[in-house]
Design a protein around this ligand. Structure first.
Ligand SMILES: [Zn+2]
Ligand SMILES: [Zn+2]
Length: 211
């Protein structure tokens, strides 16, 4: 079956996100997603805490390595930050997960090293990256050069951003099957950049919270 999964969502277990665990489920359903990967900055706490039968939850993490960000998908144990990219990839594999290079062209977002080639997939669509189409183009070229499967995710930090970009996976609704479908390349990225109206709302709400 064809599943729509947003592989890059930050919950309130990331310091810079306001999304509650309940909102992950309600907004994912609203957007017609079959599942999401919870990928908080350097922690799997939110991913482990989120239990639901309504959508599929893929546990994950976004690790701050010494050479940029790295997504660990299907990871339930914490992966230490501030290691080299290759060492982090090995740790993700040892934990039973796959390593996805997020936003490789977004120079202002701590992109993963382009001199490393042993990623399992490349996130070619990252809905929060600006300018979206240009960065998607360059990220696709990076994935093609390495011959790697292409995924998409929203990188959302505010609930209405969930599902702006996502991955279509040809797989049964089971986390291990989904991961092996990514490895096989039975995936493609779809969606769009986060609309300006939503970005503006998030900024205003963020400012209000600080006042
Ligand atoms: Zn990132
Ligand atoms: Zn992120």
């Amino acid at each position: 079956m064809r599943l729509k999964i947003d592989f890059h969502v930050h919950t309130c277990y990331s310091q810079d996100s306001s999304i509650s665990l309940k909102q992950v489920v309600s907004f994912a359903k609203k957007r017609g997603l079959d599942g999401v990967a919870v990928t908080d900055h350097n922690t799997v706490k939110g991913a482990l805490k989120l239990k639901t039968k309504e959508i599929l939850i893929v546990p994950g993490i976004e690790v701050s390595t010494l050479e940029g960000h790295l997504l660990g998908i299907n990871v339930t144990t914490p992966i230490p930050a501030k290691l080299s990219m290759e060492e982090t990839i090995h740790k993700i594999h040892d934990a039973g997960g796959i390593a996805v290079a997020p936003h490789p062209s977004a120079f202002y977002k701590s992109p993963p090293s382009r001199s490393v080639s042993c990623y399992d997939a490349v996130e070619v669509m990252n809905a929060s990256s600006v300018p979206f189409s240009v960065l998607t183009y360059f990220s696709r070229r990076f994935a093609e050069r390495l011959g790697l499967p292409q995924t998409g995710g929203s990188d959302s930090h505010y609930a209405p951003e969930i599902g702006s970009a996502y991955t279509v996976v040809e797989s049964d609704a089971d986390v291990d099957e989904i991961v092996s479908a990514i490895r096989k390349g039975a995936v493609f990225a779809a969606g769009r950049g986060i609309p300006w109206k939503t970005r503006l709302e998030r900024t205003i709400l963020g400012l209000k919270r600080r006042l």
